[in-house]
Write a protein that binds this ligand. Structure first.
Ligand SMILES: Cc1cc2nc3c(=O)[nH]c(=O)nc-3n(C[C@H](O)[C@H](O)[C@H](O)COP(=O)(O)OP(=O)(O)OC[C@H]3O[C@@H](n4cnc5c(N)ncnc54)[C@H](O)[C@@H]3O)c2cc1C
Ligand SMILES: NC(=O)c1ccc[n+]([C@@H]2O[C@H](COP(=O)([O-])OP(=O)(O)OC[C@H]3O[C@@H](n4cnc5c(N)ncnc54)[C@H](OP(=O)(O)O)[C@@H]3O)[C@@H](O)[C@H]2O)c1
Length: 406
């Protein structure tokens, strides 16, 4: 998608059908980029990957035609996606080989307190807390919007209440580390010391996205699961050769290896001066609160870099950004404004604030994360100007609306 930009008049767009390559033109007064941050999946950069002769798939491009029953399956990664896939594969596979490159925090479930309201004291193993809402729960939510609202608020409040954890060395960070460490050890059971030593991080919780990982740790210690932490040397036609010289043979290879994160739009954006966003930004990101870019009027990004990527749930941030964009459109429309943009001065101020704020946050620590563009340690981990840290935990106020009220 390519677009030309002349907001003093209107925004001209050149659109392209990605399959047929057919192009056409259109125009608008306001452009909203809602293309997401985590949907452009990529194969991992591993030598020999495409030499593997069995079926292989990426987690974001699942091939339901591949028979997984009683197969030997290799899963690369231990991000939020792998931790959801492995427990399910463990149930059906002959063997699951889990290729784990880094440590990760697997937390107790979030929102457990609020959930207790609907679970009605049912005794649920904390490591398997996936709760399926019953028809009765759904009826209650529908008939009692206040209860539903409070339930939702309870979950959000529990997650937002952990905010202090993101400060390095804070009481909450230390408490959380202890709680999760104990819980991870408990969930892996006795023994498995090599796995425990490898997988429990030294860096603080929150540096990389925390995952509740329902059933993940329990799966890793099952007899048909082999955590492999020696590092991948290369993929062979039959499996994976690890750095200790062992070739692990498998039938199917699953890459739960993440995405090319959208630090900038996938399409070209050109402003009224003929300058593209890529030229204007250079190697950096220049986006006020992940939403608005100076010199690019009437252009809004939904949770771009600088937005609240580290939030427990992204949906309220998405809603808030959309509400903001709608308010701007109403203003533009009602006040007959042709073009409105954020000033560079305002952006510099907020970036200076981010940098100050981030000086002692957990994101400074040495974990590899897509929050930090896949880097363990960046030039300056708190550097907002180099897109190395693209998240900011914002205190938000927003209106909850029940889908069941008119
Ligand atoms: C496996 C996985 C699980 C997740 N689970 C959760 C969760 O439980 N809770 C949560 O809050 N968040 C979760 N997320 C984060 C999730 O990305 C967001 O919450 C949510 O999907 C973002 O919505 P979005 O509309 O901004 O982007 P998306 O859902 O990614 O939608 C973007 C849309 O834009 C389209 N698009 C992209 N580029 C172009 C282009 N150039 N031209 C035209 N169209 C384009 C895409 O095809 C897609 O339809 C998860 C992410 C992943 C990858
Ligand atoms: N329910 C949910 O809320 C949910 C579920 C799934 C995903 N998500 C969202 O999607 C995001 C992405 O999750 P994801 O798990 O798909 O991706 P990810 O967090 O980027 O994790 C990718 C994993 O693949 C590993 N990896 C990548 N390249 C590798 C290589 N060359 N060799 C070995 N290992 C390699 C990484 O190892 P390293 O750790 O060493 O980098 C990491 O373990 C999450 O952070 C979350 O925001 C949310």
């Amino acid at each position: 998608m390519i677009r030309k930009y002349n907001a003093a008049d209107h925004i001209q767009s050149t659109l392209e059908d990605q399959k047929t390559k057919e192009q056409w033109y259109d125009w608008c007064h306001v452009w909203i980029n809602g293309t997401g941050i985590l949907n452009n999946w990529k194969w991992p950069d591993i030598e020999g990957l495409h030499d593997f002769k069995g079926p292989k798939m990426h987690s974001a491009s699942w091939d339901h035609g591949i028979d997984l029953d009683n197969k030997v399956i290799g899963v690369i990664g231990n991000g939020s996606t792998a931790v959801q896939i492995v427990p399910q594969l463990q149930k059906i596979a002959k063997q699951v080989q889990c290729y784990i490159r880094s440590s990760t925090w697997i937390s107790p479930p979030f929102g457990g307190g609020a959930l207790a309201q609907v679970q009605k004291g049912a005794d649920v193993d904390p490591g398997h807390r996936q709760y399926e809402f019953t028809a009765e729960d759904k009826r209650k939510f529908k008939e009692d919007p206040k209860f539903h609202l409070n339930f939702r608020k309870g979950i959000e409040a529990e997650i937002n209440g952990l905010f202090g954890m993101y400060r390095q060395g804070s009481e909450l960070s230390d408490q959380f580390r202890k709680v999760i460490t104990d819980e991870m050890n408990r969930r892996m059971g006795p023994d498995h010391q090599e796995l425990k030593d490898f997988i429990i991080p030294t860096w603080a919780p929150g540096c990389r996205r925390i995952s509740p990982g329902d059933g993940y740790l329990e799966a890793l210690v099952q007899p048909n699961v082999e955590p492999i932490m020696k590092g991948i040397d290369r993929v062979t036609p039959d499996g994976i050769l690890t750095k200790d010289g062992v070739e692990h043979k498998m039938d199917v290879l699953v890459c739960a290896t993440g995405f090319k994160v959208a630090f900038r739009p996938a399409f070209n954006v050109i402003n009224g001066d003929g300058v593209s966003l890529n030229e204007d930004w250079g190697d950096s990101v220049n986006l006020y609160m992940g939403v608005s870019a100076p010199r690019f009027p009437n252009f809004y990004t939904i949770v771009g870099p600088g937005a609240t990527w580290s939030n427990g749930t992204l949906l309220p941030s998405i809603e808030t950004t959309i509400e903001y964009s709608v308010k701007m459109m109403q203003k533009i429309s009602k006040e007959h404004i042709k073009a409105i943009e954020v000033s560079q001065e305002a952006l510099d101020d907020i970036y200076a604030h981010f940098d100050e704020f981030h000086k002692n946050t957990v994101w400074k620590e040495e974990c590899r994360s897509w929050f930090k563009d896949g880097k363990v340690k960046s030039k300056s981990p708190i550097d907002t100007d180099k897109s190395t840290l693209a998240n900011f935990f914002l205190d938000r106020i927003y209106v909850y609306q029940s889908p069941f009220t008119s």
